[in-house]
Design a protein around this ligand. Structure first.
Ligand SMILES: [Zn+2]
Length: 281
């Protein structure tokens, strides 16, 4: 791959800087989600996002950056209920600008085929980081994060479809990519649902609800990416589990969240295309 340094570094730098304030809000979101290990007969919903000190609910609308409903929380990280500081996740705060920068660099240096569009990439970077850190910490992929991402992602993928027209490209709208993206969404949701249906203990219901979103993104470049991305997900999570077991830090019964591997593999496919295409032969 030829790599022109300056044109790739500049968008990466600009998006990194734009990612810093976005990352601040991501870091604030993460500690609002607590672990949820219900008894087998408990069908109650998981706890809403709330202050870890006093359990004051911090409602979804208040999370949206810039809304004045909980300005103290966004500005100083203080709970609107008890005014105590809620320690943000530094991992999420820095992973967002790094993900944004990666998206900018790859977009600028990558091939000229119709991309999914930078707004869709940035949404993926943001939501992907928050979900990865939350799932790694408390083994949850909260509905309040996953479900609103669907309509927004569909809207931005729709924008990506018509972006070539807006940019004056002769290629016309990327209808082919839109079709494979929607097919990827349906196929991956069905595949994870089937795995869950066959063996519910092997997979979280949250993973099933996330799968369609990832299928949408991975399917943009073709259905091969959905297959390879899914293979990569299970390969990496198995390798991680075996490494933990070899180090004596896990047993066969240890629950390892799948979400971070699903999101990581999807990000690789979205940025670099189908990894199977890079294999020799
Ligand atoms: Zn509080």
């Amino acid at each position: 791959m030829s790599f022109d340094v300056i044109p790739a570094v500049l968008p990466a730098l600009i998006l990194f800087l734009a990612g810093v304030p976005a990352g601040r809000t991501a870091g604030r979101l993460v500690p609002l989600f607590a672990r949820h290990d219900p008894a087998p007969d408990d069908d109650g919903p998981p706890p809403p996002p709330r202050c870890p000190h006093c359990a004051t609910e911090i409602a979804f609308s208040r999370w949206l950056p810039g809304l004045p409903l909980a300005p103290g929380f966004w500005r100083h990280g203080r709970c609107p209920g008890c005014a105590r500081e809620i320690r943000p996740s530094a991992t999420a705060a820095w992973a967002v600008p790094v993900a944004f920068a990666l998206a900018g660099a790859v977009l600028a240096a990558g091939p000229a085929e119709p991309g999914i569009g930078i707004p869709a990439l940035l949404l993926f970077g943001y939501v992907g980081v928050v979900l990865t850190v939350v799932d790694a910490r408390v083994h949850r992929l909260p509905d309040v994060l996953v479900l609103p991402a669907y309509p927004v992602a569909l809207l931005l993928v729709g924008y990506g479809t018509f972006e070539p027209v807006l940019l004056g490209s002769a290629a016309g709208p990327a209808y082919g990519n839109l079709v494979t993206a929607l097919a990827g969404m349906a196929a991956l949701a069905a595949f994870y649902w089937l795995l869950w249906f066959i063996y519910p203990a092997g997979m979280g219901w949250g993973d099933v609800k996330l799968a369609g979103l990832l299928g949408l993104y991975m399917g943009w470049g073709g259905l091969g990416g959905v297959v390879s991305g899914t293979f990569l997900t299970f390969l990496c999570s198995a390798a991680f589990g075996l490494t933990l077991m070899a180090a004596g830090r896990a047993t066969r019964k240890t629950q390892i969240p799948l979400g971070p591997f699903m999101l990581g593999a999807a990000f690789v496919v979205v940025l670099f295309g189908d990894p199977a295409a890079l294999l020799p032969g």
